[in-house]
Write a protein that binds this ligand. Structure first.
Ligand code: ACO
Length: 390
């Protein structure tokens, strides 16, 4: 399974050529090993990101995540991920201007219909308002709407007046300004941009897979993005960073960590911000985000406390699961970084969506270009009713 044609992935796993040869016959059946989590099954080819879970290495748009996080902003990474996805991609300044205009239009549309649902549900509703299509205008509208709606939903939830977008600002600076209500420092803007590009893509994670499945039916970018957002909402995927802060608040001080973790294990709970299906070592995004927090000097106290609690959690996880490397994942430092940027925790998953939306769109375009609908097989384990058996 090192490098094989995705079409034959299932057959290669059986190390048996029979099913390959029968692939086009009506008798073709997939190999019978079942994994409901599709672990190790290659379901797509992608040029967008490469997740090496053994080495703890992540490449997004050809750049190692540490360099991407430190040096590039949202508009840069939009152009890098969408290169090849759209024929009419404009230049860097034109993209910034187009996104600014799109945010202004999204804000007008949002003012017409507001409600008080949980943040991710309200964001899903806002994205559903973007007319479906496959072109660059729809893609930019989705990115702009995600940012404007995230900020508006967050302030609305706090009972604060909405801040309209400023099309002259970069996307990251405008998003942060619309949320916090004042001009952020350069370090804060760098912190948010670094976050957004760090999470912009991550191989075939659950939300990206959902977006690709929907895109493969040629339903359009809005439908694909709404599918991705719906998958991201769950606590096992994008819903973890808010609960990470709840956990740190409940632990209180590093000295209490061991006892708190024991009690959590006894209740059958998982430690939020730890463990990953792919990474067997530390998630490289955790380091990239930790470095961004360190440029926000006021928050070093909370960072130091969280680092000590992290060490205790890692020790207890390795003792409890000696055969399964459960390491810190991206969500642990996401929670600390977004908190340091004064973003309310109710908005964390929406902010995640504001970054990952670049990847969902790029993957949707990549999937459509294959011309293939995603349609895996299942293994029938039921029984024929005796009366109807042939
Ligand atoms: N805390 C305690 N125990 C854990 C944790 C954790 N964070 N993660 C896994 N385990 C346990 C499982 O319960 C399982 O134990 P069991 O065999 O006794 O049932 C064992 O470790 C092995 O689990 P895995 O197969 O490695 O977990 P899986 O790949 O199915 O799940 C997941 C990965 C969902 C991320 C899991 O580690 C988890 O729930 N983490 C906490 C939530 C979290 O941080 N989510 C964000 C993930 S990052 C992202 O999506 C952007």
């Amino acid at each position: 399974l090192i490098k094989i044609d995705a079409t034959y992935a299932q057959c290669a796993m059986t190390q048996n050529g029979d099913c390959c040869q029968m692939k086009n016959s009506t008798h073709f059946r997939p190999h019978r090993a079942i994994d409901p989590g599709l672990e190790g099954v290659i379901a797509a080819e992608t040029k967008l990101s490469d997740v090496d879970g053994n080495a703890g290495r992540l490449i997004i748009a050809g750049v190692d995540v540490a360099a991407l996080s430190a040096r590039f902003d949202f508009e840069d990474v939009l152009l890098m991920l969408w290169d090849g996805a759209f024929q009419d991609l404009p230049s860097r300044p034109q993209v910034q201007a187009a996104l600014g205009r799109a945010r202004a239009l999204a804000f007008d549309r949002l003012l017409k219909g507001r409600d008080r649902r949980p943040a991710m549900e309200a964001l899903r509703q806002a994205l559903c308002g973007v007319e479906d299509g496959d072109g660059l205008a729809v893609a930019l509208d989705l990115v702009a709407t995600c940012a404007v709606a995230t900020a508006a939903i967050t302030r609305h939830g706090l009972g604060l007046p909405l801040i309209p977008p400023d099309p002259s600002l970069s996307h990251g600076e405008d998003l942060l300004t619309m949320i916090v209500g004042h001009t952020p420092s350069r370090a804060q803007v760098r912190g948010l941009d670094g976050y957004l590009v760090t999470v912009s893509d991550h191989g075939l994670n659950a939300s990206t897979f959902a977006a690709r499945v929907v895109a493969s039916t040629q339903a359009g970018l809005t439908s694909a993005v709404v599918a991705g957002l719906s998958a991201l909402k769950g606590p096992l995927h994008g819903g973890a960073p808010g609960p990470v802060l709840d956990m740190l608040d409940a632990i209180g001080t590093p000295e209490r960590a061991e006892a708190w973790i024991e009690a959590a294990f006894a209740r059958g709970e998982r430690l939020m911000g730890f463990g990953h299906r792919i990474y067997q070592v530390r998630d490289p995004r955790a380091d990239a985000l930790e470095a961004l927090i360190a440029i926000l000097p006021k928050n070093l106290g909370r960072l130091e406390m969280a680092q000590k609690i992290e060490q205790t959690a890692l020790k207890r996880l390795s003792e409890r699961y000696p055969h399964r490397a459960l390491q810190t994942n991206v969500e642990y430092y996401t929670a600390l970084l977004l908190e340091a940027l004064q973003i309310p925790r109710a908005a964390f998953t929406c902010i995640f969506a504001c970054g990952r939306i670049l990847g969902w769109i790029a993957h949707a375009r990549e999937q459509v270009a294959t011309g293939r609908i995603v349609r895996p097989q299942s293994l029938f384990t039921g029984a024929l009713r005796p009366d109807y058996a042939a």
